[in-house]
Design a protein around this ligand. Sequence first.
Ligand code: HMG
Length: 361
Amino acid sequence: MHHRGAASSLLSSVKRARDLFRTGRCTYATSANPNHVRIVEVGPRDGLQNEKAIIPPQLKAELVTRLGRAGLKNIESGSFVSPKWVPQMAGTAEVLTSMERLEGNHYPVLVPNVKGLDMLLSLLSEHPPSPSSEPLTDEIAVFTAATDAFSLANTNCTIAESLERLQDVTGQALSQGLRVRGYVSVVAVCPYTGKVDPLRVKAITRALLDMGCYEVSLGDTVGAGTPAAITELLTTVMGDDRGVPPSKLAVHFHDTYGTSLINIFLALSMGIRTIDAAVGGLGGCPYSPGATGNVATEDVLYALRDSGHEVDGNLDAVAEVGAWISAQLGRPNASRAGKALLARKERQRDGGAAESVTAKL
Ligand SMILES: CC(C)(COP(=O)([O-])OP(=O)([O-])OC[C@H]1O[C@@H](n2cnc3c(N)ncnc32)[C@H](O)[C@@H]1OP(=O)([O-])[O-])[C@@H](O)C(=O)NCCC(=O)NCCSC(=O)C[C@@](C)(O)CC(=O)[O-]
């Protein structure tokens, strides 16, 4: 009975979301190919920033290289944040200069303030693109939060102060020809103050778009967003007065309570086509105690198979990268699809029986 109740409440959430579009309250143009799902791979940044051990830049660079070769096109490659705050992200300059960059791909880096942007810009001027090489990066990501408590814990300033800071960062980055992506953290639940008001998220998302971000990623940092909460959030952010079009939104789910994939499908049903994910389910924010990693890229790619969506990334190759980086970090691979696919391959290699059905997967 209980399960049936949960399923029918999820179905009614999806139906409510779809009805909003059908009734015209949320009609927006999406990308040129409405079935294309863009993956923003955040493993090398969000994935590694919370690891206990300090990871050598060469290993981070190799991770970015392998992810690019696995067909991912948007790979967040590091942060120019204070090493006193997030020591694991030190060495991003070395990552950018060592990793392989593939033509047409984007390799955004997080920048919290003008100091971080200046560090990036001087690196870019030391390594100008040539006819045979791409720029080190053409994109930054700026970040704020939906609560002052989280903003203070993460960046030592209130939301208002952070938006003021980011206005400068964004203006200067755009004037240097960089693309700017925005993040809002704790869009569903704040680890310090609890449930978050979706109208607040909407106002902050609008502020980031108004300053020139091409897209805003909505971060369920704690990973506690239920389908009902995410439906309420997305309908509020997209609906009614100054609603944000889904083409300007991405979703960024940590998988602490196992709701990420359901929430991703809800977001897709509402027209959002950009999904953040981390290979091997790596990740966590140092200022969100108890939150687990991001939804695993392999799990997203697997779930989107046969869904009619065209997705970046080769599932088998990404699964290999997930197993490789998990082994390098000495941690269990948190991607269920990745583990299952690799285990199946191993059984096939060993000539195991009863593989004919799953081999068709
Ligand atoms: C914003 C600050 C710098 C303010 O930190 P502050 O302490 O207020 O800054 P400050 O201006 O007083 O500077 C303190 C020291 O840091 C240095 N400094 C100052 N800025 C930089 C910089 N850019 N790069 C390198 N060094 C820097 C500065 O030079 C100084 O060094 P000192 O004089 O003491 O030797 C700090 O709070 C910070 O770096 N925070 C970043 C925290 C972070 O990276 N969190 C994780 C990313 S967000 C996230 O994961 C969420 C997301 C995006 O994934 C979405 C989701 O899941 O919700």
